[in-house]
Design a protein around this ligand. Structure first.
Ligand SMILES: [Zn+2]
Ligand SMILES: [Zn+2]
Length: 292
């Protein structure tokens, strides 16, 4: 194992050493994450600029995101490493979907990816929660005001376009009532039928609800980073799968109930099954033999 760097070596994982980590963002994420990562891991975020991350996808749909959310975050982390010459890169990528329970509410999933070429690991922090993500079409200023208030404006910024959601004449970054009025009137003047489209500006600096989820993803990354592989000491040792087969309380047959978690190293092949605390036996009503 001597050739594999140990996460607890000072200056390697940064736990004690003030390791530099490149963060490529033009949307203010450095201010959200720098204090947390400095306090908890001793990392010094090197804010990387000079690359337009909007070329890797925009929420306003001018540029579709290539690949998955994780691939997009990884690509940004790698780009930041390349531009800065830093062997560690951090990047976040958000997604907005219907909530998983009911499908009725806007939901935000944030990934925070740390790529470390010194340790040879990639560790991903994840958080999710209710989103402030409103859209709608309005015909007059009073309706625009109502929609804006529902969308948490002006602390949550807005985007305005004429006609509808696909119109390319987009005005972003609207953060005050006078600016919204001006944008609304400009869009209405360009609109064929007088209709104006409003949508939440989902960029990190424009959406405090999203900022809170990004910070939660930062805390998750810290927890995962501190969990070391018992074999090779790489950070990021974490559950990757649920293990089913909890025995039936009546007959002992394995059921489909959860009995444990499979933990895996992100670097070596080590895996470990850990039992879940709580139920030691499954209720017979869940057993295919007792209750077919
Ligand atoms: Zn049974
Ligand atoms: Zn390992």
């Amino acid at each position: 194992m001597a050739d594999i760097p140990n996460a607890q070596d000072p200056g390697v994982a940064g736990a004690q050493g003030g390791a530099r980590v490149a963060l490529l963002t033009q949307h203010g994420k450095e201010a959200l994450l720098a204090p947390l990562l400095a306090d908890s891991l001793g990392w010094v975020l090197a804010h990387v600029t000079g690359f337009d991350t909007d070329t890797l996808g925009t929420f306003t749909r001018e540029v579709p995101r290539p690949g998955s959310q994780l691939e997009a975050a990884r690509a940004k982390a790698r780009k930041g490493m390349e531009l800065s010459g830093c062997p560690r890169g951090l990047a976040s990528e958000g997604a907005f979907v219907p909530d998983p329970a009911s499908g009725l509410f806007p939901w935000n999933i944030e990934l925070l990816v740390l790529v470390d070429d010194i340790l040879g690991v990639e560790v991903v922090g994840i958080a999710q929660g209710l989103a402030c993500n409103q859209t709608g079409v309005v015909a007059d200023w009073a309706a625009a005001e109502r929609l804006a208030l529902e969308a948490g404006f002006p602390t949550h910024w807005l985007v305005v376009r004429p006609n509808g959601e696909d119109d390319p004449r987009v005005i972003k970054g609207i953060a005050s009532w006078p600016a919204l009025r001006t944008a609304f009137e400009a869009a209405q003047a360009q609109s064929d039928g007088g209709l104006v489209w409003l949508e939440s500006d989902l960029r990190a600096m424009a959406n405090p609800s999203r900022q809170a989820v990004i910070v939660q993803a930062g805390h998750d990354l810290v927890r995962r980073w501190r969990s070391l592989c018992p074999v090779c000491a790489a950070p990021g040792f974490w559950p990757v799968a649920v293990v089913r087969g909890l025995p039936c309380a009546a007959c002992g047959t394995p059921t489909r109930e959860r009995q444990g978690e499979l933990w895996a190293c992100v670097r070596c092949t080590h895996t470990l099954e850990r039992a879940l605390t709580g139920a030691q036996r499954a209720d017979p009503s869940r057993c295919d033999r007792c209750n077919p």
